[in-house]
Design a protein around this ligand. Structure first.
Ligand SMILES: [Zn+2]
Length: 233
């Protein structure tokens, strides 16, 4: 249990571990505090999270299907791109500006009604996006060739590292199709091409399990993916 809780952390709209939070829901704030306490045990991740996340805030009501998201400040990304272009010493970071810019973690009002473990899973996942580095994303994108999957794999990997495997696995069945969730030990088919996810969150080809792509997959109208739970030993 958390020791030495300070009075300031009980402020219903005050910062949590120094990160601004204008969400007043006690349950949401409790979940954020729990996740941040875990990230703090990983100093590099914590430093990165502090650098990037300006605030936790409510998601605009126009986005009904999204429960939570990490969103970079487009102005900051543009500023970094301009800086990079103008200074040859910064060219090494070219194209990774979106992994350096600061932004916000936004949570829907609906999320406040979730159980605490589900909220924790959601928040840990979004913090995972915020902490993801360009290099780890590119390595995973290179293997599976799909940027959306690579990005979700990276976010979930961090959530696992911080100790939220149980919550993440329990929450996976609630995640929408668009918000891809595939976890270590599971198998997916991308246009009929089979992959499993290893414990380092890399997609690994499983040619023996390939199957013909469906018409919808071939047409590229929908991204049809199946997730098969890990076979019991
Ligand atoms: Zn995500």
């Amino acid at each position: 249990m958390e020791k030495g809780k300070r009075k300031a952390s009980r402020d219903p709209s005050g910062p949590i571990f120094g990160i601004a939070c204008d969400i007043r829901s006690v349950r949401v704030r409790r979940a954020i505090r729990g996740v941040l306490a875990a990230v703090r045990r990983h100093p590099r991740d914590w430093a990165r999270l502090r650098r990037r996340v300006r605030a936790f805030r409510l998601l605009g009501s126009g986005n009904a299907s999204t429960l939570g998201q990490w969103i970079e400040d487009p102005e900051h990304v543009r500023h970094l791109v301009t800086q990079t272009e103008g200074d040859p010493r910064l060219w090494a970071r070219q194209y990774s500006e979106e992994y350096l810019a600061s932004g916000w973690i936004e949570l829907s009002r609906r999320a406040a009604r979730f159980s605490l473990p589900r909220l924790v899973a959601l928040i840990a996942h979004e913090c995972g996006h915020a902490v993801t580095r360009a290099g780890e994303f590119e390595k995973r994108e290179g293997r599976g060739g799909d940027s959306e999957w690579a990005s979700e794999l990276c976010a979930d990997r961090h959530a696992f590292r911080w100790g939220f495997e149980r919550e993440t696995r329990a929450n996976a069945r609630h995640r929408s199709f668009a918000h891809h969730a595939v976890l270590p030990g599971e198998m997916i088919w991308l246009k009929g091409v089979a992959f499993t996810v290893d414990r380092h969150f890399y997609l690994r080809r499983r040619p023996a399990a390939d199957r013909p792509a469906t018409d919808a997959e071939r047409a590229g109208v929908v991204d049809v993916v199946e997730v098969r739970p890990k076979a019991s030993p």
